[in-house]
Design a protein around this ligand. Sequence first.
Ligand SMILES: Cc1cc2nc3c(=O)[nH]c(=O)nc-3n(C[C@H](O)[C@H](O)[C@H](O)COP(=O)(O)OP(=O)(O)OC[C@H]3O[C@@H](n4cnc5c(N)ncnc54)[C@H](O)[C@@H]3O)c2cc1C
Length: 402
Amino acid sequence: MKKRVIIVGAGAAGMLAAGFAAKQHEVFLVERNEKPGRKLMITGKGRCNVTNNCMPDEFLRHVPVNSRFLYGALSRFAPVDTMTLMEKLGVPLKTERGRRVFPISDKAADVVDALKKFSAPAQFCVGRVKKLLFQDGAVKGVVLEDGREISADAVILSTGGTSYPTTGSTGDGYDLARQAGHTIVSPKASLVPIVTTEEWPSKVMGLSLRNVKLTVHKKKREVFSELGEMLFTHFGVSGPLVLSASSYLRDPKGSVLSIDLKPALSFQKLDARLQREFAAGSTQALSNIMRSLLPRKLIPICLFAAGVDGTKQGAQATKEDRKALIEVLKDLALHVHGFRPVEEAIITSGGVNVKEVDPKTMESKRVHGLYFAGEILDVDAHTGGYNLQIAFATGFAASHAI
Ligand SMILES: Cc1cc2nc3c(=O)[nH]c(=O)nc-3n(C[C@H](O)[C@H](O)[C@H](O)COP(=O)(O)OP(=O)(O)OC[C@H]3O[C@@H](n4cnc5c(N)ncnc54)[C@H](O)[C@@H]3O)c2cc1C
């Protein structure tokens, strides 16, 4: 039977759901912005890491919270389905390090255009949904900010989280879900830059480190350790490694970050290297010699942390100086003061309590005909294309159920 369906929010989840639902139903895709997919445009630094090329079981290892809730949706719309759909819509893809999938063009705009094309059979309406309408325990439509009412047999809320609010994702969906009697797990920042107690990162602001190992300890227990890239900022640290590490820290205060600047070299190998460098530059200052080992900006920071005088000549450096320097090169420590605000987070953890949502259909257990898809739900994952895949899989589940 043909139904009238309203989808609130034309992001990743909403556009995909609209395309599938419009194959059978009359669909209105309501978006507060003039154009759909504003957040999608900035994903993957403008390249859009559209999914992760892995099997659902492996995928779920990258979903720290409520992974079981996603099992059914991911099995029915897996990463391979996203990839097939994108290719069908004229977006050839490539798989990079960590099975991250990007358009060959490296343009997020191509993904947005493809989803616009896919959702084109739905009617696109510009407007901000303020209220849900109910009748006899079922949803009956929506009211827009300008007073317009649209009636419907089913409504999908795909309004996203609260991060990067300038894209339109301001957390409106939480209020709409509350109107239907849902509880909201308090929204928090995840995949977010970290503010450090130390102020020295501001002195090396903009410096990006590649091929370093970042280890995070919470109360002396190791909670994260990976190789990759990170960035110093005016408040502390950011970049892919740091964003990933943040998702392992529910309560960040008191955690300690340890940067191994030379992960490929053991203590002994590093000592041999320093001995060689110091001998070759026997009449040069240590601060000059260290240029072959470290980015220039980081040299005074490391010498200071090691308590070594940088004006000393190579020939004067002692065994103790080398030991102190190696300890810093292998474990440059930073103490976590906290996270940057949720507005600066890549994703919002928290959202509609998944206990109140049917995992097969994404339908509300409180109100008949009301569905949820995407980041509005209390599910979130690591970086690597997992979050967009969650949006697509839950959008598919909701539209398919309708
Ligand atoms: C900088 C950045 C980079 C990212 N990169 C990646 C990446 O490369 N790969 C990855 O997997 N994930 C990435 N993410 C995460 C990913 O973008 C989100 O998880 C995903 O966009 C969530 O999709 P969604 O459809 O649930 O919500 P959104 O994409 O946020 O869409 C929600 C839409 O709802 C609209 N809306 C909100 N309220 C209303 C209302 N009341 N009425 C009408 N419309 C409304 C909004 O305007 C918005 O268009 C990134 C996020 C950020 C911020």
